[in-house]
Structures are given as structure tokens and as C-alpha cells.
Design a protein around this ligand. Structure first.
Ligand code: FES
Length: 107
């Protein structure tokens, strides 16, 4: 099944916060009924994947949270903690508008 949104979460910190963030995102997606969505008659998945360094270390292992990227837009979030995940999923995946408070400005 193709993806509506594919989230990659950096787990390259010693603290393990990235794994906790990935887990919290998966739970939020499930709790909010967003594991699969239908768009233009196609069933699409929202999925979370753990990955290595995303080159946003200032907002990841050098702080207390984790960095992640959401495709297809390729938007980066930083300093994300498990407590932020329900809002991130609701706003970005559910409402289609990025969660501005944690969005990184990559320009
Ligand atoms: S260590 Fe997480 S982005 Fe580099």
C-alpha cells in the first residue's frame, strides 16, 4: 500500500529519545485512526520508520529531543519529545498543516 505520509525518526542519540518518539508517533497514528486514509479513491498508509542521523543534530542529539522528517513534503521537525507526538500527528497527518512550533526552517 502506498504512503500518505512516511515519517523517519532519527534514533542516533544516546538517550534513546528517538525510539520513544517513534513509538509515540505509532501509538498516536493508531489512536487517532490514521493508520490508513483514503485519498482520491486510493487507500494510503501513514507509517513511521526509525533511521540514523538526519543531519539535524543541533535539534536532535545535541539537545534533549529527536529530529524527524515527514515525506512526501520533506519537512523536518526538531527537538521532538514523546509528549509532542499526539499534536504532531493530529496537525500534520490529520489536518494537513505542519506543527509550526517544532518545524525546522531549513532555508
Ligand atoms: S543525531 Fe539525530 S539528526 Fe543527527
Amino acid at each position: 500500500m502506498p504512503y500518505a505520509n512516511h515519517l523517519f525518526v532519527c534514533t542516533h542519540q544516546k538517550s534513546g529519545v528517538g525510539r520513544d518518539v517513534a513509538k509515540a508517533l505509532k501509538h498516536a497514528i493508531k489512536d487517532q485512526g490514521l493508520k490508513a486514509v483514503v485519498a482520491n479513491g486510493r487507500k494510503l498508509r501513514n507509517a513511521v520508520q526509525e533511521c540514523d542521523c538526519l543531519d539535524r543534530c543541533k535539534h536532535c542529539k545535541k539537545g534533549s529531543g529527536a529530529a524527524l522528517v515527514v515525506y512526501p513534503e520533506g519537512l523536518f521537525y526538531g527537538d521532538v519529545h514523546p509528549k509532542d507526538c499526539a499534536a504532531l500527528v493530529r496537525e500534520h497527518l490529520g489536518e494537513g498543516r505542519p506543527l509550526a512550533a517544532l518545524l525546522l526552517d531549513d532555508k
